[in-house]
Design a protein around this ligand. Structure first.
Ligand code: GLN
Length: 542
């Protein structure tokens, strides 16, 4: 059985529990430990797939096709460990499972209750599908005190008791706010939050304190005293310049040491080279570029979390600072204004998206990138719109459109009802539920020789993650190819276009998958490395 670290949060939401868990995973790895990270989400949705991106942020898709919380993206980016379906669960999933079991009569006549049936299902989830990990880090979503979190807190309390203190550690993330009028940091919210946690029977072993200012020693003493923990277990987590500095900060402040002491493990010396290299690349860029991301969820940048990070990774690799300009596509109408809107832009990216609203602005931006030789990357919906743009402006295909928006004479992008996955056939109907019915997870793609993407990937077979319902229709392939749009990557059966590129453009690529989901700061995705490089070269031209 591995060691379990349970991460809870208090005082306010958005403290960055996901990031804290991910960074903790990274420093434990730096000491040679094998880690796994999991997230328990207290909301009632079965998964975040049906939630609005501007409310919940990005939906992170795993290789095995789960639609999960964006924190799993942080976990992968910091540890490189590919997340799985079995790393994220929600109240909705737990209850569906319990109720399905009840309907089958598997509880042998028992009255089904939150304790023990729901809490047992949560505990089973936490300890399932574990191989030889040294540490399993389990983040509980929400804030202590929320009604929804109670069954999860109860389940981890029980596990703490069953597995024993030496196998479990409770880490509580809180806020120590700076009150300008008083000119000092305040520990009271932390005291209250820990009290709240104690009221459900959990005594934290470590209190990790988010703060804008260094926490003076006497304030640490106070937190230790009120929270009933030794002073060295009060760890400061000050706002960092870059999220990738956080593992170094935690190590400096002794978090990994306190954890190893808690579990009575003698750790190896940490090897923090990758984080030091990343820090220095971010701190000392040799150039700067501007990338325009033309999407419609720009009111919440978290809805493009992995994309934002992947661009940063491309920048780290090229020693270039990437400044992202978020442009709301639903406000882009007048092409005459494009010269000024894109004036200092060195690359245009149209990301994934759903629905017709804002699609015209995206299509016009794609046309602008194509005609002005500006490096362009279209992702998922962005690729679909790039194909429609080519059909509209470079061919005589009548009335091209996407069946996602309505009925057109030529459905350049159409609803896919059947496709192959490995050796099996996946089937869908237009009447299916919205949740969980898209083409999801990693699929194989075959890249043709003599293409830009072959140069970039240096491979003919790649696996990338998908999340979409519609596909580019191969019926129009030959006509589009005659107009200069190469279909450079296809599904193994040759039926689904996966990558397109414009022959007569220096760097124009559309991909049906989401490359941003696999990018890491220490292993930037090839498409983002090359996109940033192309944009840097373009910046020298203009
Ligand atoms: N809305 C499009 C589809 O379902 C694209 C989805 C996406 O960009 N992730 O196919």
């Amino acid at each position: 059985m591995p060691n379990f670290i349970f991460i809870t949060g208090g005082v306010v939401s958005s403290l960055g529990k996901g990031l804290a868990s991910a960074a903790l995973g990274a420093i434990l790895q730096s000491r040679g430990f094998k880690v796994r990270l999991r997230k328990l989400d207290p909301y009632l949705n079965v998964d975040p797939g049906t939630m609005s991106p501007t409310q919940h942020g990005e939906v992170f898709v795993t290789d095995d096709g789960a639609e999960t919380d964006l924190d799993l993206g942080h976990y992968e980016r910091f540890t490189g460990v590919a997340a799985k379906k079995s790393d994220n669960v929600t109240t909705g999933q737990i209850y569906s499972q319990v109720i399905a079991k009840e309907r089958k009569g598997e509880y042998l006549g028992a009255t089904i209750q939150v304790i023990p049936h729901v809490t047992n299902a949560i505990k089973d989830f936490i300890i399932s599908d574990i191989s030889n990990e040294d540490f399993v880090l389990c983040e509980i979503g929400g804030t202590v005190g929320d009604i929804e979190s109670l069954p999860f807190l109860e389940a981890i309390r029980q596990l703490g008791n069953e597995l024993g203190r030496e196998k479990t550690c409770f880490l509580h993330l809180t806020l120590v706010p700076f009150i300008a009028a008083a000119g000092e940091l305040k520990t009271k919210p932390t005291q209250h939050s820990v009290k709240e946690l104690q009221s459900v029977g959990i005594r934290p072993d470590i209190v990790l304190c988010r703060t804008e200012e260094h926490i003076p020693d006497d304030q640490k003493d106070k937190i230790a005293l009120f929270c009933n923990i030794p002073k060295q277990s009060v760890i400061e987590a000050m706002d960092a310049e870059s999220i990738y500095d956080v593992p170094l900060e935690y190590n400096k402040n002794g978090l990994d040491k306190v954890i190893c002491d808690h579990f009575k493990i003698k750790p190896k010396e940490p090897n923090l080279k990758i984080w030091l290299d990343i820090k220095s690349a971010i701190k000392n860029p040799e150039g700067e570029i501007n990338i325009a991301v033309v999407g419609k969820y720009t009111s919440l940048i978290d809805s493009y979390k992995s994309l934002d990070e992947a661009l940063t990774h491309g920048g780290i690799f090229n020693k270039t600072k990437v400044k992202v300009h978020w442009i709301d596509s639903s406000e882009l109408e007048d092409e005459k204004k494009f010269n000024s809107i894109f004036e200092n832009i060195h690359g245009i990216l149209v990301p994934g998206g759903f629905g017709e609203r804002g699609s015209e602005g995206k299509i016009l931006s794609i046309k602008y990138a194509r005609e002005n030789n500006i490096p362009f990357l279209g992702i998922c919906f962005g690729m679909q719109m790039a194909v429609i743009e080519a059909a509209r402006n470079l061919t005589n295909i009548p009335d091209p459109g996407s069946s996602e928006f309505g009925i057109f004479k030529s459905s350049i992008v159409g609803l896919l009802l059947e496709w192959t996955k490995g050796n099996s056939i996946e089937k869908r109907s237009s009447k299916d539920d919205l949740g969980g019915s898209m083409r999801l997870g990693a699929y194989e793609c075959h890249i043709s020789d003599g293409t830009l993407v072959k140069d970039i990937y240096q491979k003919n077979i790649i696996f990338e993650r998908h999340r979409h319902r519609y596909e580019v229709n191969i019926e129009f392939k030959s006509e589009l190819e005659r107009a200069g749009l190469k279909f450079s990557g296809m599904s193994p059966d040759g039926l689904l276009p996966e990558i397109v590129e414009h022959e007569n453009h220096p760097w124009f690529i559309g991909v049906q998958f989401h490359p941003e989901l696999k990018s890491k700061p220490f292993e930037p995705h090839p498409l983002f490395k090359d996109f940033v490089k192309a944009a840097s070269n373009f910046s020298r031209l203009v």
